[in-house]
Design a protein around this ligand. Structure first.
Ligand code: AGP
Length: 609
């Protein structure tokens, strides 16, 4: 997630901007920049990498001013570099803009602006905003912003300054947070409160569609219709550290609650519900190659491997392409059978996992095309792959992966739709149905998160247990594995995931009154089968927690505990079913006093074998 800071007042903007950006570092970034108005000109300093690099740049080439904007960028379009760092300028250099979010229609806008003679300098979606402002500017920066917003689709928090409106910052918000700080004769914009708390605790929260004009005389706010409105000035009582976690006790819990937005951000701009179409410009696969893919391998580790396992079910069931999923540490040494028509998909949150990178290289030497699903732009794996579908999860701070996992699943559904439509095996109607149901997932995840209190009750009864069994079938078998991994890696309770049908081949020997069993029994084609598996457990005095579909009241009598999730397509159910399992692992670990964000012995990215 990017960070935005802006200042207008009587003090030196440069130090306020850089200090504010430092307080947003926890959001993660890979480049940074500031711009101030100095002697009637826009002065711009940007650098790739950490803020220390930007500070060096500023030291070598100082600037000063009382109006300015700053930005830390988490790359989503275009690699981390100086030319892709914000702020971005228009053709004239008269104005600069900083942006957080995704401009979904930037391809079309950029094409039109290029036709109109605008010169682009970066690979970013944001730069189209600078050129639209230039196009619409007729003497009033805020009016130019309002005209620009009419052309944008997607999510944005924007800050703009211009040499032609020297004592002004204009800002707007739609889908990405932006707050305004109210000081004594000085005003601020920021993505999040920590950036400005040391200057003021009085903030105004902009709503989607709002825009604002900040001058030293004060702030004027306009609603979606462009009407001037009054907004409440709130006083923040949080301490800065707590605001980094947005009031959550741990980053992991914050990241679990970010998943509705992450899933939305990962599919938005890539799916066209009306047309049942998928846009994957970042994936350059020739049509005849797509038609002739004869095998898919998915290669990954840990949680990313579990995402890949869901992919196997999707690809074989819908695309009828033989698919295998390998743990990268095994794949790299087993001399897999690969040819030029094999598609290898590597999945990695960090893009730096040594085994996964080695698996990628092994596949490459054998001649296959490599797609990566990754959360870090410009990471080693993305640079080694032929194409990358970026998960727009933002930086994942908690070592136990949560939002990256659901973002990876979302990317896999997008690949399924992309290949299905292009191989002519998935009809437009079928794709539209899946897309339509996928558009409901974020609000359904919100609904699950709103009932997290039920999970806390279950966690209170089980946090002292020493073992746990998770059961699932078909696309929810990998979710059983993921639920078990979440629990074991943060609570240190021994937990195993099994295909429910496997119980009678050994694991049932474990069942007694001390062994909790969590069964994923949401509506699916093997629903009756999993009910029998639950009976097998109950018959041996096992304790059963059931994950069921809302409205399935009959299942209650088979369970000691039931947690309901909304109904969706079976193939999409992993996106919903994993949420309660993440919450259960978190609340059990938290009750056990474990270091949830930094579990013992674990690293966020395993960059060695
Ligand atoms: C996830 O909860 C684990 N911390 C771990 O299994 C992780 O998924 C694995 O190390 C792979 O990491 P990557 O996705 O960054 O490649």
């Amino acid at each position: 997630m990017c960070g935005i800071v802006g200042y207008i007042g009587k003090k030196d903007a440069v130090s306020i901007l850089i200090d504010g950006l430092k307080r947003l570092e926890y959001r993660g970034y890979d480049s940074a920049g500031i711009a101030v108005l100095q002697d009637g000109q826009i002065k711009l300093r940007r650098s790739a990498g950490k803020l220390a690099n930007l500070e060096d740049t500023v030291k070598k080439n100082p600037l000063a001013g009382i109006v300015g904007i700053g930005h830390t960028r988490w790359a989503t379009h275009g690699k981390p570099s100086e030319e892709n760092a914000h702020p971005h300028t228009d053709c004239t250099g008269d104005l600069v803009v900083v942006h957080n979010g995704i401009i979904e229609n930037y391809h079309l806008l950029k094409k039109q602006l290029l036709k109109e003679g605008h010169i682009f300098k970066s690979e970013t979606d944001t730069e189209v905003v600078a050129h639209l402002l230039e196009k619409h500017y007729q003497g009033d920066l805020h009016k130019a912003l309002r005209e620009t917003l009419k052309e944008l689709a997607g999510s944005y928090a924007l800050g703009v300054i211009s040499r032609k409106d020297p004592a002004t910052i204009v800002a707007a918000r739609n889908g990405s947070p932006l707050i305004l700080g109210v000081g004594e004769g000085e005003y601020f914009i920021a993505s999040d409160a920590p950036a400005i708390l040391q200057h003021t605790r009085k903030v105004i929260y902009l709503d989607d569609g709002d825009s604002a004009r900040l001058t030293v005389a004060g702030i004027i706010i306009y609603d979606k219709a462009g009407q001037e409105i009054k907004k409440k000035v709130n006083v923040i009582t949080w301490d800065p550290i707590k605001t980094e976690k947005a009031g959550f006790k741990h980053f992991m819990l914050k990241e679990i609650f970010e998943q509705p937005q992450v899933i939305l951000d990962t599919f938005r701009g890539r799916v066209m519900p009306e047309e049942g179409e998928i846009f994957l410009e970042e994936v350059q696969l020739e049509p005849d190659y797509v038609q002739n893919i004869n095998k898919i391998f998915v290669v990954a580790c840990g949680t990313s491997y579990h995402a890949g396992l869901v992919g196997k079910y999707l690809f074989e069931d819908y695309l009828r392409i033989p698919s295998e999923v390998d743990m990268a540490s095994e794949f790299r040494y087993r001399n897999p059978i690969i040819d030029c028509q094999t598609l290898v998909i590597v999945i990695s949150q960090s893009g730096e996992t040594a085994d996964t990178l080695a698996g990628l290289r092994e596949a490459k030497t054998k001649g296959s095309k490599i797609l990566s699903i990754c959360n870090v732009v410009g990471s080693t794996i993305t640079r080694a792959a032929d194409g990358t579908i970026y998960t727009h999860a933002g930086p994942e701070i908690g070592v136990a992966s949560t939002k990256a996992f659901t973002a990876q699943l979302t990317a896999l559904y997008i690949i399924l739709l992309y290949l299905g439509r292009r191989r002519g095996i998935m009809s437009k109607e079928e794709a539209q149905t899946i897309i339509e149901k996928m558009m409901h997932i974020p609000s359904q995840v919100e609904k699950i998160l709103a009932t997290a209190g039920e999970i806390i009750k279950i966690a209170q009864d089980f946090f002292k247990k020493t073992d746990f069994l998770y059961l699932g079938r078909n696309v929810n078998y990998p979710i059983a594995l993921e639920g078990a991994l979440k629990l074991k890696e943060i609570s240190y309770i021994h937990a195993e995931g099994y295909p429910a049908g496997e119980m009678k081949h050994g694991p049932i020997a474990l069942i007694d009154e001390n062994m909790p069993v969590l069964a994923i029994a949401t509506k699916c084609k093997t629903y009756e089968k999993i009910l029998s598996n639950i009976e097998e457990v109950k018959a041996r005095a096992g304790i059963v927690i059931i994950l069921a579909t809302e409205g399935d009241e009959s299942i209650k009598k088979k369970a000691d505990y039931v947690f309901f999730v909304p109904e969706t397509l079976e193939i999409l159910s992993p996106l919903l079913n994993v949420i309660p399992l993440q919450l259960l692992a978190y609340h059990i670990a938290e009750r056990r006093g474990c270091d949830v964000d930094q579990p013992r012995n674990l690293a966020k990215s395993v960059t060695v074998e």
